[in-house]
Design a protein around this ligand. Structure first.
Ligand code: PHE
Ligand code: ZN
Length: 855
């Protein structure tokens, strides 16, 4: 790259393409260094762009072999980003453009376009990777049916759609559904399938295959089962049926993201496919189920209805995340799923929204679109849909979705289209609600409670919408606030009521109450806001014990814990009996779901605490937070000690491992108890659990308990000896040591592990397991020496020329610099500066570093 500033793309500049693509025929002749791609594009002028226009096609790193229009060779000279054929050289009506290019998949380390992963060919085209395969209008609003022929000496040759014909060394595929280029995919290699089938609600038989490397076929059952359940769920819940004769999933080792929803040919990061009880934890099983569902659900929300342009990314991602969250809630426990989703939202999205990378759910400009696959677009995008559903009600939501699918099937749509179906089915004006899509930042809500002594209780809310980069002024948002009221004895006197807040300050009254109630506010986390509310520890304990809303029940315990931890950090206080007793009651309450109890026992994270303290006006000291949190765990362990061994024994699962939610919840509670017990028995019990474990959840769980208390070196070695040939398990081995390391050792241990022969840094999963663990260890990463910062920057600079997308994503560890003291701020800003002055820096990492620096 040159040093020129790359251009900014604006939503306001959108124009339809000059032409339309009526159909596409691609032929691939595979070779690691010289793959030939022939493209036949049936083009016609676009009636929505009157006049005669040049034909501009995107294309990067392509060697043009030849180009012809209607069979006549044309002279064309590509530039750095594409190819222009002047209007004068084009026929007036429809025409056939044929191009042949040469590409080198073997040298493609960015993992975008056609690349190789351990001997197999695969593609990744979202967002703008198709232009690295052939010259094409690489934009989502250009949709066309594709036919593909693949030639290559590999046993398995796959593409989108239905198989048409095949022979030794070739195969042909036909995808009848018009699609944008970003959903194109090709896979070739020596693969084996774990197969099944599905009959759709209208009787279509669909062949299902999970394609993996030979030897991995016995780790596909859970992925296939998750796929079948997803297909059934989308029929019963959304009335959406699958639309091809085959559905293929391929697992690849080298992948920048989680997975990709290519039409009929989903490509997955192998870690989100492969699972067996011995190698995958309960969390892994849960993620596999959710991601399989997510990619499958894209078939309707993303593929059949796609995005007009990349600014509308949340149209497909927010909705598809929302759908996969609903699915997991239905498959497992809605309450537990909601708590987990809010934990993620706060940890990732609130953090993003509160720093220099804050952006709207629908941004209005970008430099590199790959930098906008963010927690805001995905997770907040899903929250916005949840709010919409809460506001209009379940029945109206269903009607709106039906209209959306009917009206926009086959379209490249916008957020305006999406909101219009809700407006039309409900008669509601959503213009204010739309601010959730256009204005960045997490609203902070304060509440004032007034009891008049005569039956009337008034809640007065204020919403504060602070400035974010590029958006100094904010307007009030529509906030659905779900509220319930409890009597001081714990009985619910007012069931969940949805208050609709639209102004900056607004009061709501409840009449006819016998006594002053205890309010349960923001039930189910009904809006993605920060609720600033001072509640007495007694009332928090009451809510923890009696709230009928499971989310707020958990939230009461969490708020209590954060207050305790905050006082330990700021006042060197000790955890008091309120919190310890309340938690003891939850821990041993057998009427509660074990998964819920495990969540209640999880202490607030250090990064979360740093953010909370920062928002309360303190300058967080990572080392002090770390020490206080350990003391907190120690105090809790002391309080619960007597009951822990019994709990651990009673939660042991007899019989063979099953990955279902009930068994997983029991294991989660058992391991939470084991972690606490380790702090009082010096790891004796954890060592036994490790030695006897017959599944990865307990093996890695017990090992974590040991490492957490500074033990477990022998176990770590035996774990390595046992699993050194298994990539996904070895990723855990790397990450664990760094995550559990003491802050003074984190950078050194990370550095040592980067010299380990198995640290294959060009594989994103391994890079993330080591370098991502470094930034995931809060006190270690933010160590006063600055060693953590330096090490991260070194590795980002090293990775960037090979894989800019992954380097840019991982740079977000630096987005939090504004929270900390002047020394740390200066050190982080220094590292950002060092990154920015690196010659040849990518557009991806360049955009991120300069936004983080606040340019
Ligand atoms: N569209 C993918 C998903 O959400 C994510 C992805 C984006 C994958 C870009 C690869 C590249 O499921
Ligand atoms: Zn998605």
């Amino acid at each position: 790259m040159t040093n020129e500033t790359p251009p900014t793309i604006y939503l306001a500049d959108y124009q339809p393409w000059t032409h339309v693509v009526q159909s596409v025929h691609l032929a691939f002749r595979l070779s690691p260094t010289a793959t030939r791609v022939t493209a036949q594009l049936h083009l016609a002028p676009n009636p929505n762009r009157p006049g005669r226009h040049d034909l501009r096609l995107d294309g990067e790193n392509l060697v043009l072999i030849r180009a012809a229009i209607n069979g006549h060779q044309v002279k064309a000279t590509p530039d750095a980003t594409g190819l222009t054929l002047p209007a004068a050289s084009l026929p007036a009506g429809p025409f056939l453009l044929e191009t042949e290019v040469q590409i080198a998949p073997e040298g493609n380390t960015a993992l975008e376009g056609l690349y190789m992963s351990r001997g197999m060919y695969c593609t990744q085209c979202e967002a703008e990777g198709f232009r690295k395969i052939t010259f094409y209008p690489d934009r989502p609003d250009v949709m066309a049916p594709f036919k593909v022929r693949i030639e290559g000496d590999y046993p398995v040759l796959l593409s989108n759609g239905n198989p048409v014909a095949q022979g030794p060394g070739w195969a042909e595929w036909d995808d009848p559904w018009p699609k944008p280029a970003y959903l194109f995919a090709v896979v070739a290699g020596n693969l084996v399938a774990h197969s099944g089938s599905f009959t759709t609600m209208s009787g279509r038989h669909v062949a299902l295959n999970v394609w993996v490397r030979p030897g991995d076929e016995n780790r596909c059952a859970y992925a296939l089962d998750s796929l079948i359940r997803s297909m059934r769920w989308d029929e019963t819940t959304y009335g959406r049926e699958y639309d091809l004769d085959v559905f293929n999933i391929v697992a690849v080792d080298d992948f920048n993201m989680g997975a990709m929803e290519n039409k009929g040919l989903n490509i997955f990061n192998a870690r989100y496919v492969l699972a067996s009880p011995e190698t995958a934890t309960d969390d892994d099983f849960g993620r596999i189920e959710a991601i399989i569902a997510h990619e499958y659900f894209h078939n309707w929300t993303g593929n059949r209805i796609t995005c007009r342009d990349w600014f509308q990314l949340c149209l497909k991602e927010g909705l598809t995340v929302f759908r996969d969250q609903q699915f997991t809630g239905d498959m497992r426990s809605p309450a537990v799923k909601r708590i987990e989703d809010v934990l993620t939202l706060r940890a990732r999205q609130f953090r993003e929204d509160g720093g220099p990378l804050a952006h709207a759910v629908r941004p209005d400009s970008f430099i590199e679109i790959n930098n906008f696959y963010t927690a805001t677009v995905y997770e907040k995008g899903a929250e916005v849909i949840g709010m919409l559903k809460r506001l209009v009600g379940d029945a109206a939501y269903d009607r709106a979705l039906t209209l959306y699918f009917d009206r926009h099937d086959g379209d490249a749509a916008t957020i305006e289209d999406w909101l219009a179906v809700f407006e039309e089915t409900t008669g509601r004006d959503l213009s204010q609600f739309k601010r959730w899509y256009t204005q960045a930042g997490t609203p902070r809500v304060t509440v004032d409670e007034h009891w008049d002594g005569a039956g009337r209780f008034t809640l007065t809310f204020k919403q504060h919408n602070f400035a974010t980069p590029g958006q100094p002024h904010k307007d009030p948002k529509v906030l659905p606030l779900a509220v319930g009221l409890l009597n001081p004895n714990g009985d619910e006197v007012v069931p969940t009521t949805l208050l609709e807040m639209t102004q900056n300050k607004q009061s709501f009254t409840f009449d006819g109450l016998a006594t002053k109630p205890v309010a349960s506010i923001l039930r189910g986390f009904s809006a993605p806001v920060v609720l600033d509310r001072s509640v007495s520890p007694e009332d928090r304990a009451l809510l923890l014990a009696h709230d009928t809303d499971p989310f707020n029940k958990w939230e009461a315990g969490r708020a209590l814990a954060k207050e305790v931890l905050a006082r330990m950090v700021t006042d060197r206080a000790q955890p008091g009996p309120d919190w310890l007793d309340a938690l003891a009651r939850v821990a041993f309450d057998e009427s509660l779901d074990p998964a819920f109890r495990a969540l209640a026992l999880r202490l607030p994270g250090e990064d979360d605490m740093a953010q909370t303290l920062h928002m309360a006006g303190h300058v967080p000291d990572p080392a002090v937070i770390h020490t206080a949190r350990r003391q907190m765990a120690q105090a809790l362990a002391g309080r619960l000690a007597q009951g822990l061994p019994g709990l651990i024994v009673s939660l042991a699962e007899p019989g063979p491992f099953t990955p279902d939610a009930v068994a997983a919840g029991r294991r989660a509670l058992r391991l939470a108890a084991l972690s606490l017990l380790s702090r009082v028995d010096d790891g004796a019990r954890a060592a036994t659990v490790f030695a006897q474990a017959d599944n990865m959840t307990e093996e890695v769980g017990a090992l974590t308990c040991l490492l957490d208390i500074g033990r477990g070196q022998a176990e770590l070695a035996s774990f390595h000896a046992r699993w050194s040939d298994d990539r996904t398990v070895m990723d855990k081995w790397f990450a664990l040591q760094i995550i559990t390391s003491a802050p003074d050792d984190t950078a050194r241990i990370t550095d040592t592990l980067t010299r380990h022969p198995d640290f294959d840094w060009k594989t994103p999963n391994r890079f993330r397991s080591v370098i991502g663990a470094l930034s995931g260890n809060h006190a270690g990463f933010h160590h006063a020496s600055g060693d953590g910062y330096r090490l991260l920057a070194d590795w980002l600079i090293r990775l960037d020329p090979l894989n800019p997308q992954t380097a840019a994503r991982m740079s977000t560890a630096f987005e939090v610099w504004g929270r900390y003291d002047a020394d740390r701020q200066a050190m982080i800003r220094g590292e950002l500066q060092r990154i920015l002055s690196t010659p040849g820096l990518s557009r991806d990492l360049g955009e991120m570093a300069s936004r983080m620096r606040g340019d």
